[in-house]
Design a protein around this ligand. Structure first.
Ligand code: HMG
Ligand code: MG
Length: 306
């Protein structure tokens, strides 16, 4: 049954690359997306329509969407912060009527005003108001909307986060029409104890089948937090190839939990999870080498060392 399926949202091309300071050629991003699709990723976050002044690395997303192969069994998603971003996306879709370039968008807010202001220059309440307009316009065009809540455990600007805030912001995103909300441990301080406490609160009013886990691996807790989320009933996890990533507005936070590590963690379990581990390991080393970065996946390094 579908209860045994764990879905991975591959956020490497977006969360993984947005924090890189060196210019990455569009052809490299296109090849990364294509390699991930061929390695079995089923949902790929391909980029974002944010302000190029705020996040220069994502400026070429339109070009990347036009050039990538759009595989029929893969869903492609982009981050949209506001109406301006949605306008830019719609203009691109109108220019390319024969090729549906994206399947869904993702909107994002936070559990604290401090982070929300640093990330999108708005309070949480203001951002929810703006995002409800974005969500309505996207749904009217037939494009599904995913939501993100950042800083569900700790905020880099205001410290420990009250789980009740995460619960309420999650509900607001679901109420406005998001089909799923991804809970982001942006800073990566979470542990099974604090993640469980947060999930108990969020799940007290929000259906677990509409929740996803997004764990940054700064403290090395990404895998155990993902397993904790699955034990609590969550069936969608965000991860990044080679553990790439970080948010430019969360100083010191490292990348997402590595896709390779998540797949390995659930190998031979009762769960089914898409993705060819060997092809993903190759892809992770390919992009890490190009970025001159150490591969952050412990599983990938262990497999390569054998
Ligand atoms: P702002 O400066 O307040 O925007 O930024 P504004 O509305 O005042 O507009 C200022 C100028 O920007 C105008 O241009 C707008 O047209 C333009 P001007 O008139 O000066 O020439 N503009 C845009 N241009 C392109 N695309 C747009 C756009 N919007 C306005 N969408 C804004 C507000 C939201 C745009 C900005 O703060 C922003 O882009 N923030 C995004 C930050 C970001 O991308 N963060 C990383 C992704 S979130 C994340 O990583 C967390 C997550 O992984 C989960 C987790 O780990 O927690 C999802
Ligand atoms: Mg993130």
């Amino acid at each position: 049954s579908s209860d045994n399926v764990i879905n991975i949202v591959e956020v490497g091309p977006r969360d993984g690359l947005q924090n890189e300071s060196a210019v990455i050629p569009p052809a490299t991003k296109v090849e990364l997306i294509n390699k991930l699709g061929r390695a079995g990723s089923r949902i790929i976050e391909a980029g974002s329509f944010v302000s190029p002044k705020w996040v220069p690395q994502m400026a070429g997303t339109a070009e990347i969407l036009k050039k990538m192969d759009k595989l029929p069994d893969v869903k492609y998603q982009v981050l949209v912060p506001n109406e301006k971003g949605l306008e830019n996306l719609f203009a691109l879709l109108d220019e390319n009527p024969d090729k549906p370039l994206v399947d869904e968008i993702a909107v994002f807010t936070a559990a604290t005003d401090e982070f929300s202001k640093a990330n999108t220059n708005t309070t949480v309440a203001e951002s929810l108001e703006k995002l409800s307009r974005v969500t309505r316009a996207s749904l009217e065009r037939g494009i599904q909307v995913r939501g993100y809540v950042s800083v569900v455990i700790t905020c880099p600007y205001s410290g420990k986060v009250d789980p009740a805030r995460v619960r309420d912001v999650t509900k607001a995103l679901l109420d406005m029409g998001c089909y799923e909300v991804s809970l982001g441990d942006t800073v990566g301080t979470g542990s099974p104890t604090t993640v469980s406490r947060m999930l108990d609160s969020v799940m007290s009013v929000n259906p677990v089948r509409k929740l996803a886990g997004h764990f940054h691996d700064t403290f090395g807790m990404g895998v155990v937090n993902a397993v904790t989320a699955v034990d609590a009933g969550i069936r969608t996890l965000d991860s990044s190839i080679a553990g790439l990533g970080g948010c430019p507005f969360s100083p010191g936070a490292t990348g997402n939990v590595a896709t390779e590590d998540i797949i390995y963690a659930f190998r031979d379990s009762k769960y089914r999870i898409a993705g060819d581990l060997e092809a993903l390991v190759d892809t992770g080393f390919w992009i890490s080498d190009l970025l001159k970065r150490d591969n952050s996946s412990r599983v990938a390094k262990a497999i390569r060392a054998r």
